[in-house]
Design a protein around this ligand. Structure first.
Ligand SMILES: [Zn+2]
Length: 113
């Protein structure tokens, strides 16, 4: 599962942060997931629980923050909001879109102990 690998990299970041900022437990992780990233929030929650078992983030709460997809429509010469990667432009219905944002997956904030 793709989300498993994503959660493993999130955990790697947490472990690195724990060393540099010397904390021992992660209580809450706010993870920003763009609407156009290929991570499904439900699967992320499930995998996060599995991946963090026995680690500093065991039983940590994963708070998922969805960010909207942004794309540039060449036909409209405008930035539009899109829900899915291959959605048409909501203004003109065209497919000449270049994704400009909303495909990220990053840790926004941590609550640690
Ligand atoms: Zn358009």
């Amino acid at each position: 599962m793709h989300e498993m690998a994503l959660c493993e990299s999130v955990l790697a970041v947490l472990e690195r942060e724990a060393q540099s900022q010397s904390f021992h437990r992660v209580k809450t992780v706010w993870l920003e997931i763009g609407a156009l990233s290929c991570a499904a929030p439900e699967a992320m929650t499930f995998c996060f629980r599995a991946v963090t078992r026995g680690t500093l983030a065991e039983n940590a709460t994963l708070e998922i923050v969805r960010t909207p997809g942004r794309a540039w429509c060449m036909d409209c010469s405008d930035t539009v909001t899109v829900g899915e990667r291959y959605d048409p432009c909501p203004l003109c219905g065209g497919y000449q879109l270049q994704v400009t944002g909303g495909d990220e997956l990053r840790i926004k904030e941590l609550e640690v102990a």
